[in-house]
Design a protein around this ligand. Sequence first.
Ligand code: ADP
Ligand code: GN1
Ligand code: MG
Length: 364
Amino acid sequence: MPHDLKKIYDAFTADGTFLSGEPYGSGHIHDTFRVETAEKLKDNYILQRLNNRIFKNIPELQNNIERVTGHLNLKLRSVPGSNVKRECLTLIPAKDGKSWITDDEGNFWRMYIFISDHRSYNIVDSPGKAYEGGKAIGRFQAMLADLPGKPLHETIPNFHDIEKRLDAFIHTVKADPEGRVQKVGKEIDAVLKRAEEMKIILKLGREGKIPLRITHNDTKFNNILLDNNDKALCVIDLDTVMPGYVHYDFGDAIRTAANIAAEDEKELSKVKMDIRFFEAYARGYLSETRDTLNQVEKEYLAFAPRLITYTIAVRFLTDYIDGDHYFKIHHEHHNLQRARAQFKLVESMEEQYGLMREIIKGLV
Ligand code: ADP
Ligand code: GN1
Ligand code: MG
């Protein structure tokens, strides 16, 4: 049964008459629709059916997003020349005052103003765009550093905790529910041989050498909207904004901004990190955060892309072995294809690691 988008739309307090609703974007988690309104001068909207298998506590999730967007909104208002409705997500309240609704089937929905005239990239094709992405994430972290109140709810516990991800991986390999383990011997070796060195960021955290800050935790480049001139516009997809290490955001952004091929590229010889994009993103990011980060945080920035690319590869492979219950897939072996491309990218980063370290040293 297709969703009755008009009925869902009408449960919110949006300004405008529902004209049409179409699936939108290429996110792997929620079902996202763009709603067009009949009046040319009124906003269009994004409606999202939230994935509550993955996000178990929608009221807490939405409370985080209300606090984060509220704070960003306040901050932006005090910046002369800023356009708050375009530079930060705006939630539309439901008619009952909450920031989400449940429909007759028990689905959870929320609504944002659609940010028009933006550009979104699954593959970045110039260092200038990578630089803008780096600035956007750096500024985002800086603006949230003084979020008042209790710590944000951990919407997905241990999200980037590689030790827990590896435990889940080993558990899934042992269970082998789909009989797929025999197909992925090479990929399992790729996981195991790197497992120890990947624990360093968690270790530094436990030793108190790097602080937990408010981070985005899902800085895939298509979660950073650019404007029509390819300048940083708005950071979206705020579901995982919660306490984290800056390395998680830096690493995930490089994973996607500096890979010259698609995240799921089948032809592995095409997958490579372009060091110029790494340099540009790092320059943009550090232009906003240089004065805030401590020495150890800076020293480990170069390692972060290896950690996060590896972590996502482990997650894709785990989901493949488990039978594809987490990420949306578009064909039978999609998660395996994604995992292979990400392992190839890890290798490319390993080959260029010396250079990555030199670049960071030169920028901090
Ligand atoms: P997912 O967690 O599934 O990735 P997102 O919140 O990132 O969901 O939304 C999916 C896609 O929808 C984004 O990649 C972006 O293209 C688009 N999108 C989401 N919110 C907005 C918005 N407010 N304005 C314009 N586009 C948006
Ligand atoms: C998911 O939501 P989306 O599509 O931007 C995932 C990220 C992964 C990414 C891999 C909540 O991001 O952690 O890095 O897919 N988000 C969640 O493409 O698991
Ligand atoms: Mg997204």
